[in-house]
Design a protein around this ligand. Structure first.
Ligand code: EPU
Length: 433
């Protein structure tokens, strides 16, 4: 087991390069299953979710060749199975994109119910099922395995109105509809940048998808997709996380290789908190010299403030002057990290879906456990801001979605390192006992 050891209170200075988007990568990799020939995917983030997904495809018979650390050639011509390997499938949430991709290619899919981050009392997939059913598939679940069968072996285009704005359902229906017979319209579609990225990937391989990035997506089914090249967009949540780290710890950092438009809702809030933000063509300069000012945040689907930045902003608002509120508008429960911040001296109460944060002058280092990916990022940020030493366990969550976070933060002047520990020495193991 690994933990991070962080000595806080060092301001951050320098430059950090942002990697390719996690949530774009985990949609594009399974989409490669639908392509005849080799897909070259560039700007892949080096994170464990990507490695897991590539291994799932490999176990299904795909040829996976790393051209370099960030570029992979995927050829799924030899995949003959409609079943995905259950052990690896349970490790990542996005494994459910295999349902759309397998249904599109084979008209049939047997996929383990998804795993992933540990928040929300339920993470339903009823909107995915609604979409596949409208496209003519029959869905059943038994023993943890979801079986989907298209009538006569082929999905048919349909009009689908999603009852909730769902990133996953929008992506899954887009995948299924791409090779379906006829036209599909998805209304009340999610608009996140990774949805546009997936549409651009599929279109570059021969699909006919229009409207991605708006709430109505129109897909004309095509017979086949052909191989090609594609480069994944930068990860706006990774960029936002480093912006929050500088806002909390202080200093001045150039955040490079980003699409500033995707970050507007994040830096709008940081500006309200007194952080100086300079937007350049493909980078953002973040500087924080003065005390942070309180603000109010409500998370919403894109282009609203992203739920995936909620824990990181709560961490730094715990150091802002005055009382802030953070309301979670996407998930029913995403405040599991609050108890950990309170161990550091933060003053946060959660009432329903809202955290009320009374700013405190300083946080102190503490032994901490990350319960999910973004909670882990929030604890790292809090530890960077705190007086003294923190030890963070549960870092495998962080490594699912952040490439080389230790190296990137160390290069900015943070005092952060990894330590290995025997399992019985872990705080989380002790708590269970
Ligand atoms: N929902 C339903 N029914 C469904 C699907 C979703 O009611 O069939 C509800 C969910 O319970 C939730 C809301 O709709 O309340 C939004 O869920 P969505 O489907 O948009 O989430 P997701 O696709 O499972 C993706 C990201 C998450 C991110 C959310 C929201 C991936 C792999 N995951 O999840 O990212 O929080 O969208 O933006 O793209 C993360 O990166 O840390 C992460 C958790």
């Amino acid at each position: 087991m690994t933990k991070y050891i962080i000595n806080g209170s060092n301001p951050l200075h320098g430059e950090v390069e942002i990697s390719g988007g996690k949530n774009a990568a985990v949609a594009i990799i399974p989409a490669a299953l639908m392509v005849d020939g080799v897909c070259r995917i560039e700007n892949l983030p080096q994170i464990s979710d990507v490695t897991t997904f590539l291994n799932i495809l490999k176990q299904m018979g795909a040829s996976i060749k790393m051209v370099n650390k960030r570029t992979v050639d995927i050829d799924c011509s030899n995949v003959g199975t409609t079943q995905a390997t259950f052990g690896l499938m349970r490790r990542i949430r996005a494994s459910y994109y295999l349902i759309g991709a397998l249904l599109a290619r084979f008209g049939s899919a047997d996929v383990a119910m998804p795993g992933g981050c540990n928040f929300g009392s339920v993470r339903p997939i009823d909107q995915h099922v609604k979409g596949f059913t409208a496209l003519g598939a029959t869905i059943s679940v038994s023993n943890g395995i979801l079986n989907a069968e298209a009538a006569n072996g082929k999905l048919r285009g349909a009009s689908i109105f999603l009852d909730v704005v769902s990133v996953g359902a929008t992506i899954n229906v887009m995948l299924g509809a791409t090779l379906a017979e006829g036209n599909t319209v998805i209304e009340n579609a999610a608009r996140e940048p990774h949805i546009v990225d997936l549409a651009n990937f599929l279109n570059s391989m021969g699909a006919d998808i229009r409207g991605a990035g708006t709430n109505v997506i129109k897909i004309r089914g095509v017979e086949r997709l052909k191989g090609g090249f594609y480069s994944i967009i930068p990860d706006q949540i990774e960029a936002g996380t480093y912006m929050a780290a500088v806002a909390g710890a202080g200093g001045r950092v150039v955040i490079k290789d980003v699409i500033p438009k995707h970050l507007e809702c994040i830096y709008g809030k940081l500006r309200e908190m007194g952080v100086t933000i300079l937007e350049l063509e493909d980078s953002i300069v973040v500087q924080r010299m003065n005390p942070l000012i309180r603000t109010h945040i409500k998370t919403m689907p894109y282009p609203g403030f992203p739920t995936d930045m909620q824990p990181q902003l709560s961490a730094i608002l715990s150091l802002a002057e005055g009382t802030s509120t953070v309301t979670e508008g996407v998930w029913d429960n995403r405040f599991g990290y609050v108890d950990e911040l309170c161990k550091m001296g933060a003053n946060i109460r959660v009432i329903g879906r809202t955290a009320i944060i009374e700013g405190t002058q300083y946080l102190t280092g503490a032994p901490l456990v990350a319960g999910d990916l973004r909670a882990g990022a929030a604890l790292v940020i809090a530890a960077l801001c705190a007086k003294g030493q923190s030890e963070i366990e549960g870092v495998s969550y962080i490594e699912r979605g952040y490439e080389k976070m230790i190296n990137k933060l160390s290069a900015l002047g943070a005092d952060i390192k990894t330590a290995y520990m025997p399992e019985e020495a872990s705080f989380s193991a002790r708590e269970v006992v």
